[in-house]
Design a protein around this ligand. Structure first.
Ligand SMILES: C[S@@+](CC[C@H](N)C(=O)[O-])C[C@H]1O[C@@H](n2cnc3c(N)ncnc32)[C@H](O)[C@@H]1O
Length: 320
Protein backbone atom coordinates (compact mmCIF):
# COMPACT_ATOMS: atom_id res chain seq x y z
CA UNK A 1 0.00 0.00 0.00
CA UNK A 2 1.29 3.47 -0.85
CA UNK A 3 0.84 6.12 1.81
CA UNK A 4 0.76 9.70 0.54
CA UNK A 5 2.83 12.34 2.34
CA UNK A 6 0.48 14.27 4.60
CA UNK A 7 -0.39 17.65 3.15
CA UNK A 8 0.96 20.79 4.86
CA UNK A 9 -2.30 22.67 4.81
CA UNK A 10 -5.39 21.91 6.89
CA UNK A 11 -8.16 20.04 5.17
CA UNK A 12 -11.86 19.98 5.85
CA UNK A 13 -11.87 23.13 7.98
CA UNK A 14 -9.49 21.81 10.72
CA UNK A 15 -7.09 24.37 12.29
CA UNK A 16 -4.21 21.87 12.51
CA UNK A 17 -2.58 20.40 9.41
CA UNK A 18 -2.05 16.60 9.20
CA UNK A 19 1.75 17.18 9.26
CA UNK A 20 1.46 19.24 12.47
CA UNK A 21 -0.82 16.58 13.97
CA UNK A 22 1.84 13.93 13.31
CA UNK A 23 4.52 16.19 14.87
CA UNK A 24 2.36 16.73 17.95
CA UNK A 25 1.64 13.01 18.21
CA UNK A 26 5.41 12.36 18.05
CA UNK A 27 6.05 14.88 20.84
CA UNK A 28 3.26 13.43 22.93
CA UNK A 29 4.60 9.88 22.46
CA UNK A 30 8.13 10.96 23.46
CA UNK A 31 6.83 12.74 26.56
CA UNK A 32 4.68 9.74 27.46
CA UNK A 33 7.62 7.34 27.04
CA UNK A 34 9.78 9.64 29.20
CA UNK A 35 7.14 9.62 31.92
CA UNK A 36 6.78 5.82 31.79
CA UNK A 37 10.58 5.44 31.94
CA UNK A 38 10.69 7.71 35.02
CA UNK A 39 7.84 5.86 36.68
CA UNK A 40 9.42 2.48 36.15
CA UNK A 41 13.15 3.31 36.55
CA UNK A 42 14.55 1.61 39.58
CA UNK A 43 17.22 3.36 41.60
CA UNK A 44 19.79 1.68 43.84
CA UNK A 45 20.08 2.83 47.44
CA UNK A 46 20.92 -0.15 49.65
CA UNK A 47 23.60 -1.97 47.61
CA UNK A 48 25.56 1.24 47.04
CA UNK A 49 25.21 2.50 50.62
CA UNK A 50 26.27 -0.83 52.15
CA UNK A 51 29.12 -1.66 49.78
CA UNK A 52 30.50 1.93 49.99
CA UNK A 53 29.82 2.23 53.74
CA UNK A 54 33.39 3.26 54.68
CA UNK A 55 33.92 5.55 51.69
CA UNK A 56 34.56 8.98 53.25
CA UNK A 57 32.01 10.66 50.92
CA UNK A 58 29.21 8.50 52.32
CA UNK A 59 30.54 8.92 55.89
CA UNK A 60 30.41 12.71 55.49
CA UNK A 61 26.90 12.54 54.05
CA UNK A 62 25.66 10.37 56.94
CA UNK A 63 27.25 12.69 59.51
CA UNK A 64 25.59 15.75 57.91
CA UNK A 65 22.27 13.94 57.55
CA UNK A 66 21.91 12.22 60.91
CA UNK A 67 24.21 14.17 63.25
CA UNK A 68 25.47 11.05 64.98
CA UNK A 69 26.34 8.58 62.23
CA UNK A 70 25.08 5.10 63.13
CA UNK A 71 25.27 3.92 59.54
CA UNK A 72 21.54 4.40 58.99
CA UNK A 73 19.80 4.22 55.62
CA UNK A 74 16.35 5.08 56.97
CA UNK A 75 14.64 7.93 58.81
CA UNK A 76 15.80 7.33 62.38
CA UNK A 77 17.81 9.75 64.50
CA UNK A 78 20.11 8.52 67.29
CA UNK A 79 17.73 10.12 69.85
CA UNK A 80 14.89 8.00 68.51
CA UNK A 81 17.02 4.85 68.70
CA UNK A 82 17.87 5.59 72.35
CA UNK A 83 14.16 6.07 73.07
CA UNK A 84 13.35 2.75 71.35
CA UNK A 85 16.03 1.03 73.45
CA UNK A 86 14.36 2.34 76.64
CA UNK A 87 10.89 1.30 75.49
CA UNK A 88 12.20 -2.20 74.75
CA UNK A 89 13.74 -2.22 78.26
CA UNK A 90 17.06 -3.44 76.89
CA UNK A 91 19.77 -4.28 79.43
CA UNK A 92 22.79 -6.55 79.69
CA UNK A 93 20.54 -9.62 80.13
CA UNK A 94 18.51 -8.93 76.99
CA UNK A 95 18.66 -10.94 73.80
CA UNK A 96 17.58 -8.68 70.93
CA UNK A 97 16.61 -9.52 67.34
CA UNK A 98 16.93 -6.66 64.84
CA UNK A 99 15.01 -7.23 61.60
CA UNK A 100 16.26 -5.35 58.52
CA UNK A 101 19.49 -4.32 60.26
CA UNK A 102 21.04 -2.87 57.08
CA UNK A 103 24.74 -2.02 57.49
CA UNK A 104 24.72 -3.07 61.17
CA UNK A 105 25.55 0.25 62.86
CA UNK A 106 22.29 0.45 64.84
CA UNK A 107 22.73 -3.10 66.19
CA UNK A 108 26.27 -2.22 67.30
CA UNK A 109 24.98 0.97 69.00
CA UNK A 110 22.26 -0.98 70.85
CA UNK A 111 24.72 -3.68 71.96
CA UNK A 112 27.21 -1.06 73.17
CA UNK A 113 24.71 1.24 74.89
CA UNK A 114 22.55 -1.43 76.59
CA UNK A 115 24.94 -4.37 76.96
CA UNK A 116 22.44 -6.62 75.13
CA UNK A 117 23.27 -9.59 72.95
CA UNK A 118 22.09 -8.84 69.40
CA UNK A 119 21.22 -10.85 66.30
CA UNK A 120 20.77 -8.71 63.18
CA UNK A 121 19.10 -10.06 60.05
CA UNK A 122 18.74 -8.50 56.61
CA UNK A 123 18.06 -9.77 53.11
CA UNK A 124 20.88 -7.66 51.63
CA UNK A 125 24.19 -9.49 51.24
CA UNK A 126 26.27 -6.27 51.20
CA UNK A 127 24.57 -5.08 54.39
CA UNK A 128 25.30 -8.33 56.24
CA UNK A 129 28.91 -8.39 54.99
CA UNK A 130 29.45 -4.82 56.26
CA UNK A 131 27.65 -5.52 59.55
CA UNK A 132 29.76 -8.61 60.26
CA UNK A 133 32.96 -6.63 59.57
CA UNK A 134 31.75 -3.86 61.94
CA UNK A 135 31.06 -6.43 64.68
CA UNK A 136 34.61 -7.80 64.30
CA UNK A 137 36.28 -4.39 64.30
CA UNK A 138 34.25 -3.14 67.28
CA UNK A 139 35.37 -6.12 69.37
CA UNK A 140 31.73 -7.12 69.95
CA UNK A 141 31.67 -10.27 67.82
CA UNK A 142 31.04 -12.44 70.90
CA UNK A 143 27.74 -10.62 71.55
CA UNK A 144 26.59 -9.76 68.03
CA UNK A 145 25.87 -11.90 65.02
CA UNK A 146 24.45 -11.03 61.62
CA UNK A 147 22.68 -13.35 59.19
CA UNK A 148 21.40 -12.88 55.65
CA UNK A 149 17.75 -13.88 55.94
CA UNK A 150 14.47 -12.97 54.23
CA UNK A 151 12.36 -11.84 57.19
CA UNK A 152 9.21 -12.60 55.18
CA UNK A 153 9.93 -16.32 55.67
CA UNK A 154 9.80 -18.48 58.83
CA UNK A 155 12.67 -17.34 61.07
CA UNK A 156 15.40 -19.90 61.88
CA UNK A 157 15.15 -19.27 65.65
CA UNK A 158 13.56 -21.41 68.34
CA UNK A 159 10.39 -20.33 70.19
CA UNK A 160 10.76 -17.80 73.02
CA UNK A 161 14.43 -17.05 72.32
CA UNK A 162 14.39 -13.20 72.29
CA UNK A 163 13.47 -10.54 74.85
CA UNK A 164 12.85 -7.95 72.16
CA UNK A 165 12.42 -7.54 68.41
CA UNK A 166 13.30 -4.20 66.82
CA UNK A 167 12.87 -3.14 63.21
CA UNK A 168 13.40 0.33 61.78
CA UNK A 169 11.90 1.25 58.41
CA UNK A 170 12.17 -2.30 57.06
CA UNK A 171 8.61 -3.63 57.57
CA UNK A 172 7.43 -1.65 54.51
CA UNK A 173 9.53 -3.98 52.31
CA UNK A 174 8.59 -7.32 53.87
CA UNK A 175 5.80 -9.51 52.49
CA UNK A 176 3.10 -11.27 54.56
CA UNK A 177 2.97 -8.80 57.47
CA UNK A 178 0.54 -10.78 59.61
CA UNK A 179 2.74 -13.89 59.37
CA UNK A 180 5.81 -11.76 60.09
CA UNK A 181 4.22 -10.42 63.29
CA UNK A 182 3.16 -13.94 64.31
CA UNK A 183 6.77 -15.07 63.79
CA UNK A 184 8.01 -12.23 66.01
CA UNK A 185 5.49 -13.29 68.65
CA UNK A 186 6.66 -16.91 68.38
CA UNK A 187 10.34 -16.06 68.94
CA UNK A 188 9.56 -13.62 71.81
CA UNK A 189 9.81 -14.65 75.46
CA UNK A 190 6.52 -14.22 77.37
CA UNK A 191 7.50 -10.81 78.76
CA UNK A 192 9.03 -9.71 75.46
CA UNK A 193 8.34 -6.53 73.46
CA UNK A 194 8.56 -5.43 69.85
CA UNK A 195 9.01 -2.05 68.17
CA UNK A 196 8.80 -1.37 64.49
CA UNK A 197 8.45 1.78 62.40
CA UNK A 198 6.54 2.15 59.16
CA UNK A 199 6.97 5.23 56.94
CA UNK A 200 4.36 4.14 54.37
CA UNK A 201 1.10 5.02 56.11
CA UNK A 202 -1.05 6.95 53.63
CA UNK A 203 -2.50 9.96 55.44
CA UNK A 204 -3.39 12.19 52.50
CA UNK A 205 -3.76 12.32 48.74
CA UNK A 206 -0.83 10.85 46.79
CA UNK A 207 -0.48 10.78 43.00
CA UNK A 208 0.61 7.74 40.99
CA UNK A 209 3.83 9.56 40.05
CA UNK A 210 4.64 10.24 43.72
CA UNK A 211 3.98 6.60 44.62
CA UNK A 212 6.28 5.50 41.76
CA UNK A 213 9.08 7.91 42.77
CA UNK A 214 8.71 7.00 46.46
CA UNK A 215 9.01 3.31 45.50
CA UNK A 216 11.84 3.73 42.99
CA UNK A 217 14.44 2.21 45.35
CA UNK A 218 12.64 -1.10 45.88
CA UNK A 219 9.39 -2.91 46.53
CA UNK A 220 7.15 -1.16 49.06
CA UNK A 221 3.85 -1.87 50.75
CA UNK A 222 1.65 1.18 51.41
CA UNK A 223 -1.22 0.96 53.87
CA UNK A 224 -3.99 3.00 55.47
CA UNK A 225 -3.96 4.34 59.06
CA UNK A 226 -5.09 1.69 61.54
CA UNK A 227 -3.94 -1.31 59.47
CA UNK A 228 -0.75 -1.94 61.45
CA UNK A 229 -2.75 -1.71 64.70
CA UNK A 230 -5.25 -4.25 63.30
CA UNK A 231 -2.49 -6.65 62.21
CA UNK A 232 -0.70 -6.35 65.58
CA UNK A 233 -3.93 -7.33 67.35
CA UNK A 234 -4.59 -10.19 64.88
CA UNK A 235 -1.10 -11.58 65.48
CA UNK A 236 -1.82 -11.94 69.21
CA UNK A 237 0.51 -9.10 70.23
CA UNK A 238 -0.78 -6.23 72.39
CA UNK A 239 -0.26 -2.66 71.22
CA UNK A 240 1.20 -0.49 74.00
CA UNK A 241 1.86 2.76 72.17
CA UNK A 242 1.91 4.17 68.67
CA UNK A 243 3.74 7.38 67.83
CA UNK A 244 3.81 9.71 64.86
CA UNK A 245 7.50 10.04 63.93
CA UNK A 246 7.02 11.70 60.53
CA UNK A 247 9.04 14.78 61.54
CA UNK A 248 12.22 12.66 61.36
CA UNK A 249 11.47 11.76 57.72
CA UNK A 250 10.79 15.38 56.84
CA UNK A 251 14.10 16.57 58.35
CA UNK A 252 16.36 13.67 57.40
CA UNK A 253 15.24 13.55 53.75
CA UNK A 254 15.99 17.25 53.29
CA UNK A 255 19.41 17.10 54.98
CA UNK A 256 20.30 13.92 53.04
CA UNK A 257 19.38 15.49 49.68
CA UNK A 258 21.34 18.67 50.49
CA UNK A 259 24.41 16.75 51.71
CA UNK A 260 24.40 14.71 48.50
CA UNK A 261 23.88 17.78 46.29
CA UNK A 262 27.05 19.34 47.78
CA UNK A 263 29.01 16.27 46.65
CA UNK A 264 27.31 15.91 43.29
CA UNK A 265 30.45 15.36 41.17
CA UNK A 266 31.97 12.73 43.46
CA UNK A 267 28.65 10.91 43.73
CA UNK A 268 28.14 10.92 39.97
CA UNK A 269 31.56 9.25 39.65
CA UNK A 270 30.58 6.62 42.23
CA UNK A 271 26.92 6.03 41.33
CA UNK A 272 26.58 7.23 37.73
CA UNK A 273 24.44 10.24 36.81
CA UNK A 274 21.09 8.40 36.35
CA UNK A 275 21.31 6.86 39.82
CA UNK A 276 22.47 10.12 41.42
CA UNK A 277 19.53 11.99 39.88
CA UNK A 278 17.13 9.18 40.71
CA UNK A 279 18.11 9.25 44.39
CA UNK A 280 17.84 13.04 44.51
CA UNK A 281 14.32 12.76 43.02
CA UNK A 282 13.47 10.05 45.55
CA UNK A 283 14.67 12.19 48.51
CA UNK A 284 12.84 15.25 47.20
CA UNK A 285 9.61 13.25 46.92
CA UNK A 286 10.08 11.78 50.43
CA UNK A 287 10.54 15.29 51.80
CA UNK A 288 7.47 16.74 50.06
CA UNK A 289 5.01 13.99 50.99
CA UNK A 290 6.23 13.81 54.60
CA UNK A 291 6.33 17.59 55.10
CA UNK A 292 2.74 17.79 53.90
CA UNK A 293 1.85 14.74 56.03
CA UNK A 294 0.39 12.93 53.05
CA UNK A 295 2.64 9.95 53.82
CA UNK A 296 3.40 9.41 57.51
CA UNK A 297 5.79 7.36 59.61
CA UNK A 298 4.61 5.71 62.79
CA UNK A 299 6.34 3.61 65.43
CA UNK A 300 4.51 0.77 67.14
CA UNK A 301 5.42 -0.71 70.53
CA UNK A 302 3.71 -3.97 71.49
CA UNK A 303 4.11 -6.68 74.10
CA UNK A 304 3.60 -10.41 73.87
CA UNK A 305 1.43 -10.52 76.97
CA UNK A 306 -1.25 -8.01 77.92
CA UNK A 307 0.20 -5.60 80.52
CA UNK A 308 -1.88 -4.66 83.55
CA UNK A 309 -0.09 -1.31 84.01
CA UNK A 310 -0.11 1.34 81.26
CA UNK A 311 3.37 2.16 80.04
CA UNK A 312 4.89 5.61 80.35
CA UNK A 313 7.12 6.84 77.62
CA UNK A 314 9.77 9.14 79.11
CA UNK A 315 10.00 11.29 76.00
CA UNK A 316 9.11 11.30 72.35
CA UNK A 317 5.81 11.23 70.53
CA UNK A 318 4.41 7.91 71.76
CA UNK A 319 0.76 7.69 72.57
CA UNK A 320 -1.84 4.98 73.00
C1 LIG B 1 15.39 1.65 55.10
S1 LIG B 1 16.51 0.30 55.31
C2 LIG B 1 16.67 0.36 57.07
C3 LIG B 1 17.97 -0.22 57.55
C4 LIG B 1 18.21 0.02 59.05
N1 LIG B 1 17.16 -0.59 59.84
C5 LIG B 1 18.29 1.51 59.32
O1 LIG B 1 17.43 2.04 60.01
O2 LIG B 1 19.24 2.13 58.86
C6 LIG B 1 15.48 -1.14 55.06
C7 LIG B 1 16.23 -2.46 55.17
O3 LIG B 1 15.31 -3.55 55.06
C8 LIG B 1 15.97 -4.60 54.40
N2 LIG B 1 14.99 -5.57 53.88
C9 LIG B 1 14.15 -5.40 52.84
N3 LIG B 1 13.41 -6.51 52.65
C10 LIG B 1 13.78 -7.40 53.60
C11 LIG B 1 13.39 -8.73 53.92
N4 LIG B 1 12.45 -9.36 53.22
N5 LIG B 1 14.01 -9.36 54.95
C12 LIG B 1 14.97 -8.72 55.66
N6 LIG B 1 15.38 -7.45 55.40
C13 LIG B 1 14.80 -6.80 54.39
C14 LIG B 1 16.76 -3.89 53.31
O4 LIG B 1 17.75 -4.70 52.77
C15 LIG B 1 17.28 -2.68 54.08
O5 LIG B 1 18.52 -2.96 54.65
Amino acid sequence: MVVDDPPDSPAGGSDVSPRRTIELLGQFTAAWEGLIARLTTSVDLYDGSYSQYSNCVYEEIRAETYGLDLGQTGWMTSEELSEFSKLLQLNSNSNLLEVGCGAGGCAIFLAQSSGSTVTGIDINENGIRNASALAESSGLAARIQFKQIDAGERLPFVDESFDAVFSNDAMCHIEHRLDVLKEWRRVLKPDGRIIFTDAMVITGIISNEEIATRSSIGRYLFLPPGENERLIASSGLHLLTAGDVTASVENISERWKDARAKRRDKLIQLEGEPNFLGLQRFLDCVHTVSQQRRLSRFSYLASRERLSEPINSTSGPHRK
